[in-house]
Design a protein around this ligand. Structure first.
Ligand code: FE2
Length: 377
């Protein structure tokens, strides 16, 4: 009985540790090759470790039944005890508190519309029967705020992670844009990873120029843009009407309020997070690629933060949620809305990825309506 319980705990603990290592390492600004090498090492370590579960369990069981201090330097025993501790203590605590930053006091209404591109076209893609890669979800969310002028509303389009080239189906992107380009938004924000291959930059202008706004379109770049040609990515984004913000503010007057939009590309382009706490605007909006700046942004007194990068994990298990989230906070900020100290963050699952496989994790476009509290009363 003890053997069975330990074997399950050690397997869960080992699995959790490998996922933690992957997420933490992959949040770092390593060059692409090194990142891929680290990822391959984790996959090998993950699967290789499973072969030793029997020995790990045997050693851990005999130690727990009759503890011998002379057994402690044993690497198998050490790892077995560590995995048991992770599975029995750390994993449940983490699961309990993982959603404590979820947005509840501000989210007034959220409605999703689903558009199945597969109904319109036939295509080849891996794991076809499970793959959600072309099942678009348009999230329309209403957020009540105190920082907007009385009786006003701001409509923001948030798009992210287009990965042109990783997904080489132009008709899919045309299909997505056709669902969102009829409306005129107050702002449009793109939060990085435009291309996986510079040859596909030719898609940028015909697709993204269609997005219409009253007060501007703004973008930051992501790690995949850095690994390609960031100067060219910025050039094409500008041609499509976007203002690229790289550690810069853009100030906009809106109904007597000053809105400051700051684009931050840490850790891939800038190496240090700046101190912006004394930069005063009526409404402070942050665009980043990664959700890892969540706590820093709240300290800098931002009202809103938009990001992508983590793709919702691309594979999300029922009940358990996403596994592989390249963030130093692990699986905490996989997708959706989060809040801290009055700041609201939206993490987009993005539209695509380097590899067109999504299971239980649909591509996402978000239309966010910020509504002053008086409108909702
Ligand atoms: Fe991405």
């Amino acid at each position: 009985m003890l053997f069975c319980i330990l074997a399950i705990l050690i397997t869960i603990g080992h699995f959790n540790f490998v996922v933690f290592l992957h997420n933490w390492f992959y949040s770092k600004p390593f060059p692409r090759l090194l990142g891929d090498l680290i990822q391959a090492t984790h996959i090998l370590f993950g699967f290789f470790g499973l072969f030793f579960i029997y020995i790990l369990t045997l050693k851990t069981e005999s130690f727990l039944i009759a503890p011998h201090i002379d057994l402690l330097p044993d690497a198998f025993l050490g790892y077995g005890l560590f995995c048991s501790f992770v599975a029995a203590i750390l994993f449940p605590i983490n699961e309990l508190f993982r959603n404590c930053w979820a947005l509840s006091p501000y989210l007034y209404r959220q409605i999703s519309s689903f558009f199945d591109y597969e109904n319109h076209f036939v295509m080849n893609k891996p794991f076809n029967f499970l793959n959600d890669s072309f099942k678009l979800e348009i999230v329309s969310a209403e957020i009540s705020t105190e920082f907007l002028p009385v009786n006003s509303q701001l409509k923001i389009l948030h798009i992210s992670d287009f990965h042109f080239g990783g997904n080489d189906n132009y008709a899919y992107y045309q299909f997505v844009l056709a669902q969102i380009d009829a409306e005129v938004y107050d702002f449009a924000f793109f939060t990085g990873d435009l291309v996986d291959n510079v040859a596909f930059l030719r898609w940028v202008v015909p697709l993204l120029k269609k997005i219409k706004t009253k007060h501007g379109k703004f973008a930051v770049l992501g790690n995949h843009d850095l690994w390609n040609d960031p100067d060219m990515v910025r050039k094409y984004l500008r041609k499509a009407g976007f203002t690229c913000l790289s550690d810069q503010w853009c100030s906009i007057e809106y109904e007597g309020k000053r809105i400051g939009i700051f684009g931050n590309e840490f850790p891939w382009f800038s190496k240090k997070l700046p101190d912006l706490s004394s930069d005063v605007y009526d409404i402070k909006i942050l665009l980043t690629h990664s959700p890892d700046e969540f706590f820093w942004a709240a300290n800098q007194k931002f009202n809103l933060m938009f990001c992508g990068h983590v793709h919702g994990g691309q594979i999300s298990l029922p009940f358990f949620g996403p596994l592989l989230i390249p963030s130093k906070f692990g699986r905490r900020f996989g997708s959706g809305f989060f809040s801290n100290s009055g700041m609201i963050m939206h993490v987009s699952r993005g539209l695509a990825g380097s590899f067109p496989l999504r299971i239980n994790c649909k591509p996402e476009v978000t239309i966010l309506s910020l509504v002053s509290k008086q409108v909702l009363l």
